[in-house]
Design a protein around this ligand. Structure first.
Ligand code: HEM
Length: 370
């Protein structure tokens, strides 16, 4: 399959993340938050990590394809992407021979990939014959033209588009889900921070769902996210391959050497962050994160292209969820991080308590514990 150079691909994707597209994305994000939390019941116990994955995959599907898909297909696409994201790490570490054994897991993985490829191809074909801008990621990718190339072949081919859709899902959904799960978990362990968040969202939102215009008016919520991304950066280990012989901090690095950089380790250095292992969003009051020592989205030419998208989504979701629900972890035991492919909190069983009045409450538990 032909793929244009990564930097060209990146240039082509950039308009997708222009600020003027964000109000539209935010609307979709707000609806997804509503959809997922609507099923929550007062007193219910949820697995926070899996609920946040449900939410972010749904946002990814809806922002990518807008309303083009019927509800049943949205659910199928969301399930398929979750299955692929989970299967990918296992496939990376297993010998190729094992990955090709016709086990039920392997079959499901390939079936999910085939279904997604078909849905993607069908949507791309439909959109190619329709010039309208649907305000979603797919419309933006389809209309992308490389400003540095001449006219003509400067847009993406179908297979590049399809790859790009996959990349956005895989790079964006689980990372944002893990950030949200950690943030909600940490709030449950820091009552004074939780109170400050409740005061902010109660004042700003009353009964509303948070929307795009609220993001700039949620300083406490946003500090919680900044601090969560410091302590639990989803991309905890980044690697680069040295393209020609060089020297770094006095060490000779021959071409081909793999260099690993860990945002997690840098973010926990006591010489950079006072009480580095303490969750303290107030450390960001009046302080802008330093671009060299705060790198949850990486840095340089390959820095995360979806950082503002992720922050908008996380901010809206955190605000709406905390305005309506109090989340209490069932256990005091520190939650372990699963390093399967990114440090997501594992087995985070959390009890929901509704924070809104009975008339508008989302529901009461019939089956409190699953
Ligand atoms: C909290 C959520 C997120 C975190 C922590 C995160 C983190 C990162 C990091 C650290 C990198 C750089 C990897 C490297 O240097 O090797 C990266 C790259 C990337 N991210 Fe994100 N990301 C998040 C959300 C998203 C979202 C929502 C999208 C898309 C909608 C996205 C799309 C991408 C893409 C396409 C790249 C590759 C960029 C390139 O190679 O030019 N990310 N992300």
């Amino acid at each position: 399959m032909h793929l244009c150079h990564p930097s060209t691909q990146r240039r082509l994707c950039q308009p997708t993340f222009r600020l003027e597209r964000f109000p539209g994305y935010a609307e979709v994000m707000a609806t997804a938050v509503e959809d997922v939390t609507r099923s929550w019941r007062d007193g219910q116990v949820i697995d926070l990590s899996s609920e946040m994955s449900k939410l972010t995959v749904r946002v990814a599907v809806r922002t990518m394809f807008s309303t083009a898909l019927p509800e049943t297909t949205v659910q199928q696409v969301a399930d398929d992407f979750s299955l692929i994201a989970k299967g990918m790490f296992r496939r990376m570490v297993m010998p190729p021979l094992i990955n090709h054994l016709p086990t039920p897991g392997t079959r499901r993985y390939y079936q999910a990939k085939d279904r997604l490829r078909q849905v993607g191809a069908q949507l791309i074909a439909e959109r190619r014959s329709d010039d309208r801008d649907h305000g979603d990621l797919l419309s933006s990718l389809l209309s992308a033209r490389d400003p540095e190339a001449g006219t003509g072949s400067a847009s993406m081919t179908d297979s590049e588009l399809s790859d790009q859709i996959f990349t956005f899902f895989l790079a964006g959904a689980e990372t944002t889900a893990s950030t949200l799960a950690w943030a909600l978990y940490m709030l449950g362990r820091a009552p004074e921070v939780e109170q400050a968040v409740h005061a902010e969202v109660d004042h700003l939102l009353t009964d509303r769902t948070a929307g795009f215009d609220d993001v700039g008016n949620l300083p406490t919520v946003n500090r919680v996210l900044t601090e969560t991304l410091r302590m639990y950066p989803a991309g905890w280990l980044l690697t680069r391959v040295v393209s020609r012989d060089t020297e770094l901090a006095g060490i000779h690095l021959p071409e081909g050497t793999t260099v690993a950089v860990s945002p997690h380790i840098i973010h926990r250095r006591e010489d950079i962050y006072e009480r580095a292992n303490e969750f303290s969003p107030s450390r960001w009051e009046g302080v802008k994160p330093d671009r060299t020592t705060y790198i949850p989205f990486g840095a340089g030419a390959r820095k995360c292209i979806g950082d503002q998208f992720a922050l908008t989504e996380a901010s809206l979701a955190l605000a709406t969820i905390t305005a309506r629900w109090q989340l209490t972890a069932l256990s005091d035991r520190p939650v372990s991080a699963s390093l399967k492919h990114l440090p997501a909190p594992r087995n985070l069983m959390t009890r929901l308590t509704s924070r809104i009045s009975a008339d508008t409450a989302p529901g009461t538990a019939e089956q409190p514990v699953k």
